[in-house]
Each structure stands twice: as C-alpha cells, then as structure tokens.
Design a protein around this ligand. Sequence first.
Ligand SMILES: Nc1ncnc2c1ncn2[C@@H]1O[C@H](COP(=O)(O)OP(=O)(O)OP(=O)(O)O)[C@@H](O)[C@H]1O
Ligand SMILES: [Mg+2]
Length: 496
Amino acid sequence: MLAETTAFTLDGISARPVRVEVDVQRGLPVFQIVGLPDAAVREARERVRAALINCGFDFPLRRITANLAPADLRKVGPGLDLALAAALLGAAGEISIERLAGWAFAGELALDGTLRPVRGALAMAEAARAMGSAGIVVPPANGGEAALAHGVDVRTIPSVAGLRGLANGDYPGDRPEPLDLSRAPALPDLSDLRGQEHLRRALEVAAAGEHGTLVIGPPGAGKSLAARRLPSILPPLAGGEILEVARIASACGIGAGAVSSVRPFRAPHHTVSPAGLVGGGSPPRPGEITLAHRGVLFLDELCEFRRSALEALREPMETGEVSIVRASGRQTLPCRFTLVAAANPCPCGRGEDDSSCQCNEASIRRYRAALSGALADRIDINLGVRQPGAEAMAGPPGESSASVRKRVITARQVMSDRFGGSRTNSTATTSELAVFEVEPAARKLLAEAHQSQGMSGRAHDRVLRLARTVADLADSNPIEEAHIAAALQFRRREAK
Ligand SMILES: Nc1ncnc2c1ncn2[C@@H]1O[C@H](COP(=O)(O)OP(=O)(O)OP(=O)(O)O)[C@@H](O)[C@H]1O
Ligand SMILES: [Mg+2]
C-alpha cells in the first residue's frame, strides 16, 4: 500500500516542502529511503522503527520504500522523522491516513517515540501556511515558535503514539500559545561606563544612524564594556523585525524562545572562519552576520581576525544580504547590522604615546593591516580613546541607557520620516546627501577640513552623513557648524 505526507527540509533559513511517499510491499523485510537524503535522514530508519515498536505499533516486516520528492533537493536533518512515521503507518494500514491528508509534519523521534524539537519550526509553519496545508503537527518544544506563524493550524503531540488519536479523530493534539517575543529583558547599562565622553557620544551617534564604528585604544580603557552596552540604547525591534529575527534564531538552532524585543548582539571570537562569519558550508548554514541581522555585530580585537574573514564582510555590508552559491543552489540570507569593532593601537596594546611600547614599525603595520582593509570603507566613526582618568573612575555613574535611548528613538523617527521605512542616515546616497540642508558656516568648515586633511570624496560624504545624525540627535533641521565639528572629531584617527 502507498501513503503520502508532507514535511519540510531547511534550506538556509527557509523551509522547502518535501513529499514523503512510503510504499509497503510484500517481500524481504527492508526499509530504504531514496530521494537525496543526507546521513541524518537515512538514519531515520532506525529511529522510526524503534519509536513505532516502542509505542505499540506493529512494524511491518515487509519491503518498505520511502521516497522524498522533489528528488533533486537535498533533504537534511532529522526533522522528517515524524512525517516518515505517519506515512509508514498509513501505508502499513496501522492508521487511516485520510484524516491526516493535507497536514504537514515536523519532528525528530527519540527511540521511545517522544518528539524532539527541530530547527526552523517557524519557517516550516509559515511554509505550511503558504502551501495551503490544513495545518502542521510539531513537537511540543516547537509549539510556541510555530504558533508565531499566524493563519495556520498548529498542533503538538508529545509522542508518535499521538498519531493514532489524530488519525481516528479521538485526540486533536494540543494547540500551543504563540511565544511572547515583545518582552524586554534587563540589559547591562551604559551608566557603567565612567568617563570616555567621546566614546559615549560616538555610541549614541552610531546607534541613531547605524554608523559602523571602530574604537582604538589601550587595554582596559572600557572599549569592550562600552560596545556590549550598545543594544541597551538601540530602539526595540518592531513587530515585523522581531519575526524576522525569530525566523533566523529558529533556523539556526538558537530557538525563537531566546528572541525578545532587544536587538541581537553577536560577538564572534577572532578565530572565526569566513564561513562561520558570513555563512556557508555544506549544506549552507547562516553565519554570524545573519544572526546579527537587525542588531549589532561586534568584532572585538579586530586586528586579530583573519584577513579572509574580514574581506568576506565587504559585499554583505554593502548590500545588507549575503548570497551563498553552492552546487545545491543559491541562497540569499539577510544581514543588516551595525558594525562595532575594537582594537588596540599596536600589538603590545600600549600605543606609540606610551614610552614603554616596544613595537617596531613593521609589526605595527602588519597589525593594522586589518584596519585599512575591507572594513575601512564601511566604518564611519573612527575613534581613539585613552585610559579613563582616576577622577572619572571615582566619579558618579554616567547617563543611563534609558535616557540615551529616548534620544536615539526620536532621531530614528526623523530618519524614517526622511527616507521612509527603517532606513537610517548611514544609508544616505550621494544624491540624498546633496539635498541635506547645510548652513553656510558648516559648509565652510567642511571645505576647510577637506582641504587641510586631504580628505577623499568618500570621507567627505561620511562626515556629512555623521553630521546629519548629530543634527538629528540635536533635533536640528539644518546641519550647523557644530554638527560638522562633532562629525570631524569622529574621524580623527583616520586623518592621522
Ligand atoms: N571607562 C571605564 N568605566 C568603567 N569601568 C571600566 C572602564 N574602563 C575599564 N573599566 C573596567 O575594566 C574592565 C575591562 O574593560 P574592557 O574589557 O572594556 O577593556 P578593553 O578596552 O576592551 O581592553 P582590551 O583592549 O584589553 O580588550 C571592565 O570590565 C571594567 O570593570
Ligand atoms: Mg576588550
């Protein structure tokens, strides 16, 4: 006998539908799976057999063939177990498959038949909705996540034994409540940062305009401490953005339960490979930049990163998405994030200003190669910091994140009125820059700096974008002289 069900296989962060056809015929007892299964899918045979027997089903001692269509799509992961079990039970006559027609299934089986969570349940539920399925059955641990996809009937069953009740109508499965993603967990606060007024201001500007930021300074000056507090001054994720972030977290195995209205913050270690950073591998997996989508990518100790990894960032940062091409096809993953990087001025970390620094020029040049490479183009704020003074460290705590965030949110509103959507000043094109209102004194100051510092055209535009954000934070329509002066301060190192 023949029976079919629907399942999904994960491709990047999207779920692709898979028809699972199972045929049970008389013959020597074998169980084979065809249709480009990966090792985990092939091993489903053992899990399904044990799970069904342990849940009291009769496992057919016959010739079982499972076909996964379309045949040219690679099926990955253990998420097809439940669909295979359902189709097999239908084909063996153990359950009546009619009632389950039009349903999709996702779930990995434990040997005792319990359902284990799968990656990408949210994308799968959305795919089930898109293909007009009657609904989708998922493991209990994925229920809340799958229920985020509105407009599709999501049910959970604790074990494969639940298929019997679903098939004969005795037990409808449980209807899970969608996860609450709007919560706002407490974050480390910017008031922890003492002194470093410039750095604080730079973070605020970076947060408002999504400007890429590089902070250079000696060890223990508070660079990492400050960068880790950036999410606390960013506006909360909007409704649609939360779902985007949840979809990524769900597909990458972090789980949508970890998602909240706080923007993602990713700080990959400097030993990260290019594929780990931008995505890749076989099958292609999203990288850190996709996990940082709509949030912050923090590259601490920038100069220690592999050159190839930093080079790979160039194009994705330009376009806000990353294309991974493999034999199995092309995948485009979103990756729009604010870049923050930190580095020491030289290999020993103390910098030329410190007389105890023994670094020679060649080693400094090698060390700084990363700073002048691919990323230099995308970094608007280039800030040097010094050690905080004794007075600052003993002084009162700085302004709190909550009050800085208010200004950031107001400035973002101005930007969204200006450009439409969620665009920010860092994305302003040359033609948009040309129509910014700039006061004559401000124009003069910029022209002078351009002359005296030998700025490039790009650097000139960058100062204008930064000045626009400074002006927006000050709630000023025209860009004034003081705004240009502030913006020029954010690129001191580069000028040097
Ligand atoms: N400006 C500061 N305000 C408050 N605490 C500070 C400050 N600077 C340093 N500290 C203290 O020193 C610790 C180390 O700071 P942090 O890790 O941010 O240094 P860093 O600049 O990133 O150094 P490295 O270059 O070695 O990475 C912090 O956890 C904090 O306790
Ligand atoms: Mg650090």
